[in-house]
Design a protein around this ligand. Sequence first.
Ligand SMILES: [Zn+2]
Length: 165
Amino acid sequence: MNAFVIDGFEFCRLKERREGEIAVSDFARLVEELGNKSGTLQWSLQGGADKLDHPQLTLSVSGVVQLRCQRCLAPFAFTIASESILILAKDEASADEIDDLLADDTIDVIVGSRSLDVIGLIEDEALLALPISPKHATCLDQATADALNNTKADSPFSVLKNLKK
Ligand SMILES: [Zn+2]
């Protein structure tokens, strides 16, 4: 996979837009968190400025990845649908300044670059969207067991009766 680098400040100034699709298997760090490498992520990056004229990127990442369930270890599909606003600061000091000024946790202030690694941004976005402790709502074996139980039970009340015996 070729590196994809933009001039962050020019991208914002010119209000450029890029979008594309990347195979999950191309994200080395992301793959480590997943049950398998299948799937693709769609992304878009829009340049612009916030109301105070700071360079601003809007990054959207979406797609379905296969997480590994921490309870039964089987993979399960998880839909990523994430959008972040990134303000580009000149350096660390002005990043802190802008962060204090905005006082908004939904906006990330990062140190911008003339050679900003877009793939890295997309991967970070995807990683942040993953649940910390992925688990099926109902694990596969449990689901099979429940299905079998349900065919025997006439109603939830008879299940309760059985439990009391
Ligand atoms: Zn499970």
